[in-house]
Design a protein around this ligand. Structure first.
Ligand code: FE2
Ligand code: ZN
Length: 221
């Protein structure tokens, strides 16, 4: 009879790897942005502080399905999805080698209000694909979003900081660790944030095939 071999994985020797991952920053512009931000802020206040500091975020935090309850968050989700679709994380192809584009859906979304002294501990959002924040209220002196995975080792690791400004979208691969240090401004720092996952149903047919598919006979649309 074969002898069982028991392998005990050692945490100590576990390999460490660093990934090159994009952090995308874009600003929403247009005459409607102020009204849009006001709507987001109202909806965040309307939803109320549901999590009461139970998560990594030690500040006011709404329910996690804001995109299903409020049009403002639904709209924001659509905007972020259109942005994410322009940033493939790999060159995917279908079976005949044509490029394939993946579509996304909002998995969850919520609102955050940081007051002076509040912060969020380091965490990430695996297994979601993309995470995003949208700055509803804040200034460039407000607490930044810090990507603290680091490119170096341990405490000497390089940090990547993004200071907020109103209308700013930050989009990053969900598995990157991030945190927010203590808010030092006297005013509120308000964020609408969420996660995207692949919408597999919409991604089954590659874009190139969408174009090639003829409408069924008798339909002229
Ligand atoms: Fe987060
Ligand atoms: Zn500020």
């Amino acid at each position: 009879m074969e002898k069982m071999i028991y392998i005990k994985p050692s945490q100590k020797d576990w390999p460490i790897f660093h990934m090159k991952s994009p952090v995308k920053i874009k600003n929403l512009r247009g005459s409607n942005v102020d009204a849009f931000n006001q709507e987001l802020e109202n909806d965040i206040r309307d939803s109320g502080d549901r999590l009461q500091g139970a998560t990594a975020a030690k500040c006011y935090m709404t329910q996690w399905d804001m995109h299903q309850e409020y049009d403002s968050f639904k709209k924001l989700g659509e905007l972020v999805i259109s942005l994410a679709k322009t940033v493939p994380l790999a060159n995917a192809t279908n079976q005949n080698g044509d490029p394939r584009q993946y579509d996304y859906e909002v998995a969850d979304s919520w609102g955050l209000i940081y007051e002076k002294g509040q912060f969020t501990k380091s965490h990430q959002h695996w297994p979601h694909t993309w995470s995003f924040t949208y700055c509803v209220k804040g200034c460039d002196s407000c607490a930044p979003l810090v990507f603290d995975d680091g490119l170096g080792d341990g405490d000497s690791g390089q940090l990547f900081l993004v200071s907020p400004n109103v209308g700013q979208v930050i989009l990053w691969p969900a598995w990157l660790y991030h945190s927010v240090p203590e808010q030092e401004c006297e005013h509120e720092r308000i964020m609408a944030v969420g996660n995207l996952t692949v919408d597999w149903e919409k991604s089954v047919i590659p874009v190139t095939e969408h174009k090639l598919t003829q409408p069924p006979k008798g339909e002229n649309n």
